[in-house]
Write a protein that binds this ligand. Sequence first.
Ligand code: MRU
Length: 356
Amino acid sequence: MEKEKTIMDQDTVSLDDEGNAVVIIDQTLLPGRTELIRLKTAEEIWDAIYLLKVRGAPAIGVTAAFGIYLLAKSCKTENYDIFLAEFRKNKEYLDSSRPTAVNLSWALKRMERVVTDHASLPVPQILSLLKKEAEEIRDEDIRVCRRIGEYGLTLVKKGDGILTHCNAGQLATVRYGTATAPIYLGQEKGYGFHVFADETRPLLQGARLTAFELASAGVDVTLICDNMASTVMKNGWVNAVFVGCDRVAANGDTANKIGTSGVAILAAHYGIPFYVCAPTSTIDLATPTGADIRIEERKPEEVSEMWYRERMAPDGVKIFNPAFDVTDHSLITGIVTEYGVLRPPYEEAFRSLPGR
Ligand code: MRU
């Protein structure tokens, strides 16, 4: 009998067969509805990223790469200078959709290099190269996540309890995820992990996305509120923490979903190893420390109203809603990349990476 298709059989981001639209799973509708949407215009792509219809650092990068290709394709000119000016305008616009995840600007800069490195070619040929580059960014993401999974798996043993925060899963990448990659690979090999997914206030990526995708893949997952992490750790149910990240500074400080640094502090208190899973594209050597990372602040209504039937805070109360926080490098046991598990001192470890 043919295996029933699940969300895991669908790439989070793809280009449609005709090359006319970026196709994404609308993550704001999960877990209730699985709907694919087609993005064609600059505004649709910007909104999808800003509104978190597509989210997670690597998935945003791939969306931007396919998106800028589509926008370049719709610029009907044979004149290189006009083409480049229009390309840069679209690049700046897409880049402004979210500030913290470096993968967005990383992918857009990579696409821009294709245009500037081939200034002598006719525009149609540049367009084919842009398509190829976007596909390569997508394919690399799949390969890199699989490698992160392989290295991550060496850090845990059969039957372990693993805690994760937010969604650094398949839905945050094209396939496998980063923090979930060791879990999926372990699942294939019968490791029998027990996973705790923090619900991740205020946008519930842990509840709506991580718990959903892990359960769809048959992983033993237990959902907890963010403030229960200490209890499950104290009970001895967690052997390792795996989280994703949006930007790693040159000293190893790491920005990830709000609440991650609290989990790291708890893990240190209970003597539990805390691993950050990061494609090397997320390591930003131009940002010296975590204090230099720009942290996105989002609307107050996400805290006071979203998900509730009625407003759950007094009118006019002050609300602070940072979307990310920075985990100090001293709290990170290892950074799991596609080249292996990096250990402190991170400055030195980053220098040993290929191409750095
Ligand atoms: O605001 P989000 O949902 O885009 O935040 C996502 C995260 O913080 C992820 O942990 C991070 O992007 C890594 S995804 C592999």
